[in-house]
Design a protein around this ligand. Sequence first.
Ligand code: ATP
Ligand code: MG
Length: 425
Amino acid sequence: MSVNIPRGTQDILPGTVEKWQRLERIATDICRTYQYKEIRTPIFEHTELFQRNVGNTTDIVQKEMYTFTDRGDRSLTLRPEGTAAVVRSFVENKMYGDPNQPVKLYYNGPMFRYERPQSGRYRQFVQFGVEAIGSEDPAIDAEVLSLVMDIYRAAGLKKIELVVNSLGDQESRQAHREALINHFEPQIGEFCEDCQSRLEKNPLRILDCKKDREHELMKTAPSILDYLNDYSRTYFEKVQSYLTALDIPFTIDPTLVRGLDYYNHTAFEIMSSAEGFGAITTLCGGGRYNGLVSQMGGPDAPGIGFAFSMERLLAAIEAEGVEWQTDDRLDCYLVSVGEKAKDYTVKLLHDLRLEGIEAERDYQNRKVKAQFKAADRVQARFVAVLGEDELEQNKINLKDMETGEQEEIPLDELTSTLLKKLEAK
Ligand code: ATP
Ligand code: MG
């Protein structure tokens, strides 16, 4: 009986994996210039971590978690997102005591959500995210936004739109919350069950409902921006002025609330406007979470972060038709004729590789002609041919596949000659 890949997951095969590697390199290089350091947390955590900190009224906690009981009867959950674990680690490792504040971290790894799979929506997907914890300077909000925009730009995306909002501080949110309840309560019966239960628990989340998006009350709902107190308004204005100074275009959408419970002040999403990108246009989401660290038992340290999935970034790149410059040519293919020469290439190949030369030889017992064909298939720049005669005379024939030039060189100079020639290419 054959076993297939689980629904909503994918194999990333050679040919595609190089694209992932390139994007990961772009993202990590940019993180380095911005001074964000990598953090790796476990793939599973105590279920409670997500229930309490992502929030009980969110889709993630209500419907999407891969939760299991281990042999020791603990409830564990495959991580559905990265922030809760990073903040847990920040608190557990007392990173708030580090004199370098804010603590600036990035992560890159698989997340798991039990969702209905469709294009851009998987059950296992890879999120790249950053968290800056320990500063409530609006300049750090702008920095985080600028970082992700730089990654997208470096990846070649042009058709992207940054949408920002402010969810305000505690006081502003409380005032807005009451206004929302008053707005929706009279007609809440016309909304889905989830929204009905959200009305008291977290009415802001009604605005994020996917089912009731078209309801007339959604369009007339009170805007958070009208409820921001002075501090929150000034904060938001600062963030906007920094974005303008950084030449980052943005629009403000007062209905943008984000799926997770822990956000306040700055919330944002980056969308793709590429034609053919599909129904799901959100590439990246993030925002400020000032209460989360203290909620997890740490000090009152404010934080901000974002996460995007590599899958959607790749899809956006495809949709925009960005050209990939891939350089997967081989430096040198070793062709051998006869048993002795073939044996000799085992060590010769290793010598080349030790010098960083991308090299390959035949393992299929191919005839000479077929070895040359194999070298062509992998687009070898050079082919080095070793026969019994050459071996006896300590020589090897080196052919430049681009120019067709051939020369016989001393066998022990193959590595140095190749290094010189490759350098010149
Ligand atoms: P959506 O509204 O699309 O469900 P979300 O609000 O659940 O998104 P977040 O939890 O904010 O998404 O995650 C941040 C980013 O992670 C998203 O903007 C998206 O790029 C990506 N993402 C989320 N869920 C998936 C998924 N199931 N498959 C692939 N990427 C995903
Ligand atoms: Mg979701």
